[in-house]
Design a protein around this ligand. Structure first.
Ligand code: SAH
Ligand code: SF4
Length: 352
């Protein structure tokens, strides 16, 4: 059985030709899958009953299975989906003023082993296929209709640059068929430098976010093993060389870990490191989970860190830890596999 959702547009065209059907049939299928969220061949209303019946002999449309939907008090929603092989992934929907951002997963687990990230403790189970990435967008769109997803961030489970081929194909389908503009899509990476250099060609014009999280190689080596291969200097050189569109900036994410990377000296070093790069900084106070080694700095420290950056003329926002009580905030995603997660993470009562 052929899964129509898993086919690239070229493969779909070939498949349709192999059945001696006219090529506009492929366009109708694409329209139904990506814009009308068809869940079965029966939903392709442009096809006669006979054609749908015939097609069903050879093909089907897969669907991520929604296992759980949780909503936090701040409106953030987390969706737990099951893949065809029984593994699970999570997507998080974040409302924010006039935006509705979907945070998608690119892998089941992650191989990068960052010390502060729950997804990292799972290891990598497997890469997602392009259609499994796009289906997060399709399924959530269908669930929240008539509301509409306006932005997409690749900040869920996984390191998107370690799955670049499938991520690039997913981006192509999301932009061309789901019709969400590349300018409203952000890909976040821990800094896999060779892949970052390939990104402008593989996925032109998407926004990028770099999880920097430290200002010295000594600390970054310790909390983000990727740094041992691609140290800060190499990473920032790649950022400097990145072909940004006019008025676009690179986002630098900086998870604030109490006593590890949150000193005044860190803030000042961060200013120096990012000199010359069109950038904005997202400060993310550490989101705790059960068994975590790190703590969130006090509000006072966070504000002081931010002030050093803004006084130096940088744009630095403190990211609210949205959805923390449903373990939907950055670094808290682990699908169903985590025993660590059966107790809710403590919710901080700070100002953010
Ligand atoms: N692998 C990619 C994208 C997913 S992680 C990357 O690392 O960029 C998305 C963001 O969550 C990253 O910026 C990461 O630094 C941050 N993060 C991970 N664990 C966190 C935690 N426990 N608290 C706050 N942010 C965390
Ligand atoms: Fe992977 Fe990103 Fe988590 Fe690091 S922070 S372990 S790269 S998901």
């Amino acid at each position: 059985m052929v899964n129509l959702k898993a086919l690239s547009p070229e493969e779909l065209k070939e498949f349709i030709e192999s059945l001696s059907l006219p090529s506009y049939r492929a366009r109708q299928i694409i329209h139904r899958i990506y814009e009308k969220w068809a869940t079965s061949i029966d939903d392709i209303k442009e096809f006669s009953w006979g054609l749908r019946h015939e097609l069903s002999q050879y093909a089907y449309i897969s669907n991520l299975k929604l296992l759980q939907r949780e909503r936090a008090a701040d409106g953030t929603e987390k969706f737990l989906f099951e893949l065809e092989d029984g593994l699970t992934i999570e997507s998080v929907l974040i409302p924010d003023e006039d935006r509705l951002t979907l945070c998608v997963s690119s892998q089941v687990g992650c191989a990068m082993g960052c010390d502060f990230c729950l997804t990292g403790t799972m290891g990598l189970k497997r890469n997602l296929r392009a259609f499994e990435i796009v289906d997060q967008v399709i399924q959530v769109s269908k669930i929240i209709n008539p509301e509409r997803i306006t932005n997409i961030v690749f900040m869920g489970m996984g390191e998107p640059l370690n799955n670049l081929t499938e991520v690039a194909e997913a981006l192509r389908r999301i932009t061309q068929f789901v019709k969400i503009s590349r300018r409203r899509i952000t890909l976040s990476t821990c800094g896999v430098v060779p892949k970052l250099l390939q990104l402008p060609e593989a996925a032109p014009a998407v926004n990028i976010a770099i999880s920097l999280n430290a200002t010295t190689d000594e600390v970054r080596d310790r909390i983000m093993p990727v740094n041992r291969r691609y140290p800060i200097r190499k990473l920032l050189d790649a950022c400097r060389a990145y072909p940004l569109e006019p008025r676009r900036r690179i986002t630098f994410e900086y998870v604030l870990l109490k006593g590890i990377n949150d000193s005044d000296a860190d803030a000042r070093r961060l200013v120096r490191l990012l000199g010359g790069i069109p950038s904005k900084i997202n400060l993310i106070p550490f989101n705790p989970y059960r068994g975590a080694k790190y703590q969130r700095p006090d509000d006072e420290r966070i504000l002081r860190f931010q002030k050093i950056l803004t006084d130096a003329g940088m744009t630095a926002l403190i990211r609210k830890s949205k959805g923390a009580e449903i373990s939907g905030a950055c670094g808290q995603l682990a699908g169903r596999c985590s025993d660590l997660k059966d107790e809710p993470a403590p919710v901080h009562s700070g100002r953010f």
